[in-house]
Design a protein around this ligand. Sequence first.
Ligand code: CAA
Length: 271
Amino acid sequence: MVEAAILTDGESAAAGLRAEVSGAVLTLTLDRPERRNAMTGRTWRTLAHVGQSLPASVRIVVIKGAGPSFSSGIDLDMFSPEGVEGEPPLMGRLTGGPEDGAALDADIADYQQGFLWLRRPDIVSIAAVRGHAIGAGFQLALSCDIRVLADDARFCMKEPALGLVPDLTGTKPLVDIVGVNRAIELCLTARTVSAREARELRLAELVVDGADLDGAVDDLVAALLAVPAEAAAATKELLQQAAGSGLAEQAERERRAQIGRLTALARAAAG
Ligand code: CAA
């Protein structure tokens, strides 16, 4: 049962995004199925707003798409000279002056905020992907901690084929997961990766029959919620730091985190 809506109906409609909180779970649904859940700058600004307004009770964020696709990526109208309603155009204002670049940099930085918060240690983010996840859609799935795929899921980093680069925080997780060589091959061919290959490349933690996607996500959410929140957050933070740390530094972080946990447990036991 939905207990709270973070967005007004008007905000949801303008962004093509529904945000529903039920207990400790926030479900975000990309909701423009007639455009295969194409996203605009408004979608990403609204995603950022959701991240900033997250109730403290939320521990899990599930992102899915309405209809047959997860997301067809950026709304291609964003590249028209007029852009899309309510957003500064991406192309139409570029006259070559230095001020153009600064304004665009600020806009893209705002868009990236819609993706960055999904890594927060106090939540676990799950992408539930059916059908296509293209460009920004793939980057959104890459921003999540765990990807659960229906067997018809398809990933594609389309940006280079359009003369662009992936700029919505997807390049780092992609390289972290598949390595730089495979990332170069995937991005510079802009080819489509099937669910089966995604599992082989570790781009999917789980691949299930399409009919089982919701159930598999529900089971995963239940398992994640069975672990105490503070221990989960401290562990996620440690794991995120591990790849960029030396062994001695990471071992020290483990000790510090464990002392924090043991102190909290001892205090709780003492009442
Ligand atoms: N933007 C705007 N409209 C889109 C769209 C998009 N990204 N993707 C699909 N649509 C529209 C189609 O134009 C079509 O509209 P009409 O019904 O009015 O004709 C409707 O959605 C349904 O699309 P299809 O009939 O093509 O549906 P499909 O299921 O056969 O195919 C698809 C789905 C594979 C996603 C295909 O629509 C497609 O390839 N879309 C374009 C994908 C794309 O190039 N995205 C941009 C990637 S780059 C990026 O995202 C990041 C960046 O910053 C540059």
